[in-house]
Design a protein around this ligand. Structure first.
Ligand SMILES: [Ca+2]
Ligand SMILES: [Ca+2]
Ligand SMILES: [Ca+2]
Ligand SMILES: [Ca+2]
Length: 332
């Protein structure tokens, strides 16, 4: 290749990169105030819940088991999601960006196995729709529309809740996974898995970020099936994240995400601002947790056999020694 040709190619590449940057800058508008957007979103969601009914497929072992259809009320289906009693409509309050968001959800079936914590991985089949309020031209009234952006499909990836939208982090710990069976044709059947539907204000979704097929500021409806979970260990200390959930509520947050006005993070042993699941030295004694959960032979204790400072391994209320900064570890 001649030098001139190469130079020309590099020049084109530089122009392309620069123009991409320019485009990116142009599409980034400052986010709308959360306090203005949230009331619109929650009104859309509540109107939607009152104007639509839900049907759920019950077909154990079938690929369509727990598939969800939501459609407008009619003479044959007069009971709204809001009013029906088959699947109690529940809600969680989520404090984020100065707003107390209300997240409605339905647990269609809880599942029979363990729940993921909010920083585990989930293997899920899901369907997604976004909601909008649109004006009907003839009557000048408004109606809520829902648009499918993800048809339900067999899962092929694990989503780490640590990096998903907030609504997923909040909802999945409410479900448990079920059982799985490999079939002779290479497929896998899932049974008794947890399934549910979450109704998310845009602030618990993508907010001002436009996603493929989803406009910015869209309230979202996800129906999900939880087939399997994957435990994580983000601080690589040998203790899975879900076992660093000290108050056992299924959720772990960094300080800025604490809920209900809490000023103390119950999942942060040494109160240094880094919760245990991200802290390689949970008790702040300058000895890494990983080294404190080994026995005299250098083998790791099973989690429920980690002793306290006296060596006790059975008292369920003992303070395990990696969480006790006054425990002298070098002699053990
Ligand atoms: Ca860990
Ligand atoms: Ca917790
Ligand atoms: Ca800490
Ligand atoms: Ca330590």
């Amino acid at each position: 290749m001649s030098k001139i040709k190469l130079y020309f190619i590099l020049l084109i590449a530089a122009i392309t990169i620069n123009s991409c940057n320019k485009d990116d800058n142009e599409t980034i508008a400052p986010p709308l105030p959360y306090a203005e957007q949230y009331p619109k979103d929650i009104a859309i969601i509540e109107d939607y819940l009152k104007a639509n009914y839900i049907t759920v497929v019950n077909n154990p072992g079938g690929i369509n088991d727990q598939d969800v259809t939501i459609a407008a009320l009619d003479a044959d289906h007069p009971t709204s999601i809001w009013d029906q009693k088959v699947y109690p409509l529940k809600s969680r309050n989520v404090e984020l960006n100065g707003i107390v968001y209300k997240m409605y959800y339905l647990v269609l079936r809880e599942g029979i196995n363990e729940s993921p914590c909010n920083v585990d991985g989930v293997f899920t089949a899901y369907k997604g729709e976004y909601l909008a309020r649109e004006t009907v031209a003839e009557t000048s009234t408004t109606e809520i529309t829902s648009t499918l952006f993800q048809e339900v499909k067999s899962p092929n990836t694990i989503f780490e809740l640590y990096s998903t939208i907030r609504g997923w982090k909040e909802f999945f710990p409410q479900l448990k996974y079920g059982t799985s069976k490999s079939n002779s044709d290479g497929t896998v059947s899932y049974n008794d898995f947890g399934a549910g539907v979450m109704f998310l204000p845009s602030g618990l979704g993508y907010y001002n970020r436009t996603q493929e097929g989803i406009p910015a500021y869209s309230p979202l409806v996800f129906s999900v099936k939880l087939f399997a979970i994957q435990r994580t260990d983000y601080d690589s200390d040998g203790i899975p994240s879900f076992q660093e959930d000290l108050d056992g509520d299924g959720y772990m947050w960094v300080k800025s995400e604490l809920q209900d006005g809490a000023t103390t993070n119950l999942d942060d042993t040494d109160s240094d601002g880094t919760p245990d699941f991200l802290d390689f030295d949970d008790d702040g004694d300058n000895y890494g947790t990983r080294g404190e959960i080994k026995d005299a032979n250098g083998d790791y204790y099973a989690f429920d056999k980690i002793p306290d400072c006296s060596g006790d391994q059975t008292n369920p209320n003992r303070l395990k020694r990696h969480l006790d900064k006054n425990c002298i570890k070098m002699n053990q």
